[in-house]
Design a protein around this ligand. Structure first.
Ligand code: LMR
Length: 330
């Protein structure tokens, strides 16, 4: 009897240690893995987070940042996170479809007219609700981070949808993005970010869609003679961690880490806004790629052919969600 009670007490003590985080490593290491260059909104945010944690949490927590797909590509990082091989990442919202269909909303073409509308929606109740859409899969959404609106780069001038007919475009792993390019009779190819430059350079693909900062930092503009300033879609991120890691941290540490992350995200969002203008200008100045702007009639054609994609995914995303996001444009 006595032995039984001793065993029970010991088991309870171990469980309590795990629950309070007392059994965690000292210092705690947060490996933050991402795929972009350091001189991008995400790269700068991650480095800022590392610095803030070092400043505020000294020897208790250490952040190690792995940029440029050094550790994991986006198609592997979430799996690695669930296995505990990496603790944080910030894949683009387009890369979560294996875990939830709800986030597909962010890929719908021409849903948000600008980043102000994106912000309004993300901070709304519905936008915040989407941060919890991964919990059943063991992941915790810690916050949104901006990159910006996507542009279409190509080996051919793209003014109207018919110009994209028959061309091959690299896309992220998203069915919505596939449908978007199929809507203009183009061929979408799901490929990792790390392969895009070579695919463009060797002409294995004709084009791709991305933000000004990604087109600039990964030198896509050097191998793409035309960029259509379409602002047709969004490329934003969700900073994620695993439930197991996050709730294994002691409460006070978790609170401080979250504060550092929130501050780093605010900084990253400022970088994103600045880079959308600055990196665009650097591409103009390079004269390597011609920027094509659309007049109202041309833009209306892209909207007309791509917008039916919304209906196709309404049953997975929810009409109320799409309506709320669209309403944020007002
Ligand atoms: C892409 O694959 O094009 C982007 O998700 C890269 C990134 O993280 O910005």
């Amino acid at each position: 009897m006595f032995r039984k009670i001793t065993t029970l007490v010991a088991t309870a003590a171990v469980s309590a240690m795990i629950l309070t985080g007392a059994a965690i490593a000292d210092p705690v290491t947060i490996k933050f893995s991402h795929v972009v260059a350091e001189n991008t909104p995400k790269g700068q945010m991650a480095n800022k987070f590392k610095d803030l944690v070092a400043e505020r949490l000294g020897g208790k927590v250490v952040v190690e940042v792995f940029p440029n797909s050094q550790l994991f590509g986006d198609n592997k990082v979430l799996e690695a996170m669930l296995l505990g091989d990496v603790q944080m990442g910030a894949p683009s919202l387009s890369k979560f479809s294996r875990y939830t269909k709800k986030l597909q909303i962010y890929d719908l073409p021409f849903l948000f007219k600008d980043m102000k509308a994106v912000d309004t929606f993300q901070q709304s109740e519905k936008g915040q609700e989407l941060l919890t859409s991964l919990e059943k899969k063991g992941l915790v959404g810690l916050g949104y981070l901006h990159n910006g609106m996507k542009q279409l780069s190509s080996s051919k001038e793209l003014h109207v949808p018919a110009d994209a007919n028959g061309l091959k475009f690299r896309i992220m792993t998203s069915e919505v993005l596939a449908a978007q390019f199929q809507a203009v009779n183009a061929t979408p190819l799901k490929k990792p970010f790390s392969e895009v430059f070579t695919l463009l350079q060797t002409k294995a693909i004709d084009g791709q869609e991305n933000t000004w900062s990604n087109i600039y930092s990964k030198k896509f503009f050097e191998v793409q003679p035309y960029i259509t300033e379409s602002n047709h879609g969004l490329l934003d991120y969700m900073v994620v961690t695993s439930k197991e890691f996050w709730y294994g941290l002691p409460d006070d540490v978790r609170t401080e880490v979250k504060k550092a992350l929130d501050d780093a995200i605010l900084f990253g969002n400022q970088v994103a806004a600045q880079k959308a203008t600055d990196d665009r200008q650097k591409i103009v100045d390079s004269k390597r790629s011609q920027i094509i702007t659309l007049d109202d009639a041309e833009r209306a054609q892209w909207v007309e052919v791509m917008k039916p994609v919304w209906k196709k995914f309404e049953h997975e995303i929810g009409k109320d969600m799409i309506d709320a996001a669209y309403a944020s444009n007002k």
